[in-house]
Design a protein around this ligand. Sequence first.
Ligand SMILES: CC(C)(COP(=O)(O)OP(=O)(O)OC[C@H]1O[C@@H](n2cnc3c(N)ncnc32)[C@H](O)[C@@H]1OP(=O)(O)O)[C@@H](O)C(=O)NCCC(=O)NCCS
Length: 194
Amino acid sequence: MAAPVPTGIPVSVHWHRAALGTDEALRRHLADDLTPLPGADLRIGHLCPRCGGSDHGRPWARAGERTIAVSAARAGGYLVTAAGLPPVPRIGVDIERADAAPIDPTLVLHRDESGQDVLQVWVAKEAILKMLGVGLSVPMPSIRVADFSVHDLPAPAGLLARVCVNSPPRRQCDLVEPGVEEVAQRPSADLLCQ
Ligand SMILES: CC(C)(COP(=O)(O)OP(=O)(O)OC[C@H]1O[C@@H](n2cnc3c(N)ncnc32)[C@H](O)[C@@H]1OP(=O)(O)O)[C@@H](O)C(=O)NCCC(=O)NCCS
């Protein structure tokens, strides 16, 4: 099922049953969305930024010579796939059940985010950390949602969904990880559709 996403970001989102594997879900998603590239050789895989393994970690996709930013998340019986259509170079998506167990705010909120809804921030930060490719190895309190380009997504009842597309921090954040500087350098005008 394709879902509309907020205008202004070149992102497409598809919802699948959770039992469908990520690779197959991305294959179906991109086969639908890449019709302008008929016959393009579609390749999908994973690459773990920690160990270099190709059977887990960050998903990737290529159609012919073109790299397509992709991300995936599972919760509440759903698997969501998000694809960043050119020129989005990186994307992260997360979904969580709205009735998820309470999370300790000190594990999630930056000092500037006190009082914010912990679950909403969690979903945003997982999307950010997937966009960066670093996963939960980076402590959530070390980043601020406001420093990234995060968007709410329409979701099935009972789920929260957010997507993050590559965008430079509006302010310098505390996060210092390999690759983050490179992400932060890119001009936002290159990343967001008008
Ligand atoms: C990425 C992560 C935040 C996902 O959180 P989660 O709540 O467990 O699972 P979600 O349903 O939200 O997302 C799972 C999807 O995230 C994606 N993912 C996994 N690692 C990722 C990474 N480093 N960057 C971006 N996306 C990643 C995958 O597509 C995965 O689904 P798949 O394996 O079926 O393809 C978390 O698993 C994590 O931090 N992983 C990294 C752990 C690590 O570095 N391990 C080292 C192993 S050598």
